[in-house]
Design a binder for this molecule. Sequence first.
Ligand SMILES: O=C(O)c1cc(C(=O)O)c2c(n1)C(=O)C(=O)c1cc(C(=O)O)[nH]c1-2
Length: 243
Amino acid sequence: MTLLSSDALEAALRAIGAERYHNLHPFHRLLHDGKLTQAQVQAWALNRYYYQSRIPAKDASLMARLPTADLRREWRSRIVDHDGDAPGQGGIARWLKLAEGVGLDADYVESASGILPGTRFAVDAYVRFVQERPLLEAIASSLTEMFSPTIISERVAGMLQHYDFVNEGTLAYFTPRLSQAPKDVAFALDYVKSHATDTEKQEAVLAALRFKCDVLWSQLDALYFAYLAPGFVPPGCFQPAAV
Ligand SMILES: O=C(O)c1cc(C(=O)O)c2c(n1)C(=O)C(=O)c1cc(C(=O)O)[nH]c1-2
């Protein structure tokens, strides 16, 4: 690979999203087009909670490695966005409301006892990637959020239109994400563009974004396999009838 200009690097990052982001996964198409049963939507909400719940741990380990107060202050807002400043606030609490809104028990969701092994493996791999890889790659792996406002808008509109068990309150999780994600991306993208200054680093940040797309994609593969086709629910995992 030859050295890319900063604009060409951004274009290469965006091309990865255009090819691999999870908006393209068949499970999301079905979710957004109203083609899932309530139980299948519950399976999605339950499993996705585990992703949400681990994001602040991921961000705390990243923040611990940032060298300056300016950088840490910037990253700190992500943890506050998800954990809130008080009980009942923040993205994790809002995701629990979403899960309850689609008919799940909040304690069961929080326990993560019914999530799929594929969810656990993918999410844990993301947390470990951020802990173990160089800081530049860890920051680059967050850049899937460049693509999230589009999918979130599509998801909220589609779910409100198609599912009578969903209302705007249920989906309140997503509203702040539409402003939080672009703010987070502006910082992370700027950092990546100014620090990936040789071909090796540029290849590494592109690979980090591909890895993260795989993390998101494989969570949906696991959901599809268990709750659509062939419909093999692993032992001990969420069985729609059991809740
Ligand atoms: O709804 C989505 O499709 C979606 C995607 C992503 C993403 O691209 O990783 C995140 C979120 N939502 C999200 O809500 C969120 O808080 C979040 C944090 C991160 C991250 O990697 O730090 N990604 C995402």
